[in-house]
Design a binder for this molecule. Structure first.
Ligand SMILES: [Zn+2]
Length: 421
């Protein structure tokens, strides 16, 4: 033990916003899109190039690198007590095929900027700080999303990840080996004191509410259901009303029920039928079959379960009344995430200390932090984004927003990592 004593963070401790912005701009040139954004899909040559650029910056900032067998990059800044569990800052450098410059990238490069700023200010922390680039968050080339953080937290096996196949028949495992970014460390073999993920909101709320910082309290859980109703194809003109078995009518009734059930679970619950197909889909045939999807989401686990069970009861009643066959298949499910209240408090305190406007918010999208929250205390910080636009090359944030959230990240990390004199 050193005889150092912990000190408080001060409002004049800030990151270099220009340096952060310039790093974001430089990274955006790697795997450029066709409309001003990025196409740096996971395990492509562009991904490898982006990793090399990031690793070089980290080396220049005095950090050491460890790779695990999923290609997750762990960049370590040493603490005064190296055997203490580190503070992690992580997100992803991979993008959608027509992705923006900030989704994921902001969180990784802000982590680097936090370390750069700590060094510039001559500060030391008891705990080490580890900045992580999680492999294949997007899931666009190799489904599912958040794949390598999922392996890290034991949600998926390595074999499962390595066998994922892209549209050209190439596997995740072969492509990771090909680009040369597979390491030796067993995924998940790490102790994490706390993890922070800084990410763009990917929604319109912060901008509309004119807030600089989103303090993320929860991640939404979801049920994706696919419903198949079976009736009987028949002529629309010559079949008496009493003799119809109309799958289209059943779909309409269930669609209405989905809306009503979501409305009955307010606030913070949503539900919709998003994709619908009628068969044979002809203007003069009563539909004999309907296949449609239901998407229910809420950050409240009890409400999520209640919405699904209520839907199943009502759908069965509707099918029985109309004489339809009913099949409901689960095609996706995430339990809601509650981020660690102590860490969330550190984020909120940091925003207050820095005089930044903030509000509590729920994440509507999945993030690596959602998986990490299963194994370690985790919190997220949201940055506003223009018109809520994301997964789009036109995704935009301002340098001032990027810096504000990075300052909050710096303060929350310093608080958790314990500054020493
Ligand atoms: Zn993302």
């Amino acid at each position: 033990m050193e005889d150092d004593s912990a000190v408080m963070t001060a409002p004049n401790m800030t990151v270099d916003g220009d340096r952060l912005w310039s790093s974001l701009e430089q990274m955006a040139k790697v795997g450029p899109g066709i409309a001003g954004g990025c196409n740096r899909q996971t395990l492509t040559d562009a991904d490898a190039e982006g990793r090399t650029l990031f690793a070089g910056w980290c080396r220049d900032a005095g950090m050491s690198m460890t790779l695990d067998r999923m290609g997750n990059m762990f960049m370590r800044h040493e603490g005064t007590q190296p055997d203490l569990d580190p503070i992690y800052i992580g997100s992803h450098l991979d993008t959608q095929p027509t992705g923006g410059k900030y989704d994921g990238v902001l969180g990784v490069l802000a982590g680097l900027e936090v370390v750069r700023a700590i060094r510039d200010m001559g500060l030391r922390t008891r705990r080490p700080i580890v900045v992580v680039n999680w492999t294949n968050e997007e899931g666009t080339r190799f489904a599912p999303s958040m794949l390598a953080s999922g392996v890290f937290t034991g949600m998926h096996s390595e074999e499962y990840a390595n066998s994922r196949v892209d549209a050209e028949g190439k596997t995740f495992g072969d492509e990771l080996d090909r680009i040369g970014w597979r390491g030796d460390e067993a995924p998940g073999d790490r102790r994490i004191h706390a993890m922070f993920e800084y990410h763009i909101e990917q929604g319109p709320i912060l901008e509309a509410e004119n807030k600089q910082i989103g303090v993320v309290t929860h991640g939404q859980g979801l049920w994706w259901l696919e419903v198949t109703l079976t009736g009987k194809d028949a002529h629309t003109g010559s079949t008496p009303m009493s003799m119809r078995v109309n799958a289209g009518l059943g779909m309409a009734r269930i669609t209405e029920a989905v809306h009503r059930i979501a409305m009955a679970h307010q606030p913070d619950a949503v539900g919709a039928v998003g994709q619908a197909n009628l068969y044979p889909n002809s203007r003069n045939v009563i539909p004999g079959k309907a296949v449609f999807t239901i998407d229910f989401r809420t950050p409240d686990a009890a409400k999520l379960a209640s919405m699904r069970s209520q839907l199943e009861v009502e759908a069965a009643e509707i099918a029985k009344e109309l004489g339809l066959g009913l099949q409901i298949e689960v095609t996706g499910h995430y339990e809601p995430v509650t981020f660690d209240p102590t860490l969330v408090g550190k984020v909120r305190d940091a925003a207050d200390r820095l005089g930044l406007s903030h509000m509590d918010i729920v994440s509507g999208a999945g993030h690596d932090a959602c998986w990490i929250s299963k194994v370690a205390p985790t919190a997220m910080i949201f940055c506003p984004c223009v018109d809520g636009l994301s997964h789009n090359e036109a995704e935009e944030i301002s340098p001032e927003w990027a810096k504000a959230g990075c300052d909050v990240l710096l303060h929350a990390v310093l608080d958790a990592a314990e500054i020493v004199t």
